[in-house]
Design a protein around this ligand. Sequence first.
Ligand code: HEM
Length: 384
Amino acid sequence: MRSGPGLAPRPRAVDWTILAALTLALATGLLSLTAGSAGDAWLVVLHGIGGLALVVLVYWKLRRVWPRLAAAASDRTVALSALLAAMTLAVLATGVAWALGATPDLWGWTLLTLHAVLGVLIVPLALYHLLRRARPPTRADWEGRRTALQYAGLAAVGALAYRGQKALTAALGTTGADRRFTGSNPEGGTGNRFPVTNWMLDDPDPIDAGEWRLRVVGRVERPLALGYGDLPTVSGESGASASDGIEAGAGAGNAAGAVVSAPAAVERATLDCTSGWYVERDWQGVRVGALLDAAGPAGDGRFVTFRSVTGYRFGVPLSEARDVVLATHVDGERLTHGHGFPLRVVAPERRGFQWVKWVVAVEVRERPDPGQWLAIFLSGVDAE
Ligand code: HEM
């Protein structure tokens, strides 16, 4: 099937534009994993438009090389090129299917997770393909008013397809119509009733509230060690026995008076998981600002890292940390172990993987902690 004479740019221009679009889609896709506030929405929009333009580019390319692919499939380089083409089609198909509202359960994975993993797996194949086949473009490949019009048309098709797809999901009322700007679908429910997802190897034993301590350390004037009973109590707790019988103020004690006497903070916030779902809940607990006021950050303390019992950790600037709530409860129910009992980070405008669970330390630091990105992969490794 032909798309009509003159619609496709010159072959080499198509090839290099595919590389550019793939790079754009991969970069915006990966960056979208940390998109938490509405101001980041453009990343996902650009991802969608670039990805949909890629559908047209891949069609032009396959139409051109198909006879060669089929004829030389036994050649290793050509076979790997065919695999790259198949993977690219799979990435495009899973992305579009997710955006249209498809939510099959793939043995515990969401379609979005499969989409992202396939997208990353394309990288080595694309690099090999580049090394073996790339020929640098010449100025002649891009010249002419027609080429400019062809590219304008391509961008318009990407943008129109994106708008059209939004209108279609809204008209059909599929799950995709309720997607957040991050691409996540609503999970609904109340309290603890939402999926439990852990990063990599994180799988600690349930924590004994009587033994547990929260340490506020690092660049602070008065380090704190709080017990569960030192945290503000949540009135009208439901769904679990209150605080394992621990009375307020009966924890580790020291300098915790201000924290204990403060009423429980309540934060309505959206937990948005990068595997593609979100829930909006009321989270109750202690405001990190109250902990910092009690501990007195040193003048050079500018970042705050939240550390889990597993070694997993994540940090934010101190000014943002003040608004973070360390939650003991969700919708008035005590957090379950799976959701991070006794304490989990609730950081509005951050993604779920940054909402550290089973928090045991709040560390005030001078500088950000780049090691947190490594800890994502290593935390829980030494667990029994
Ligand atoms: C080379 C790699 C990739 C390509 C070509 C690609 C392409 C696409 C396409 C065509 C769509 C459908 C857009 C639409 O119809 O609105 C899509 C959706 C999406 N992709 Fe990718 N993608 C890639 C990698 C990734 C990665 C690594 C992530 C990271 C999580 C990701 C996250 C998403 C998300 C969140 C959506 C849904 C957007 C929405 O619902 O509006 N993608 N992708």
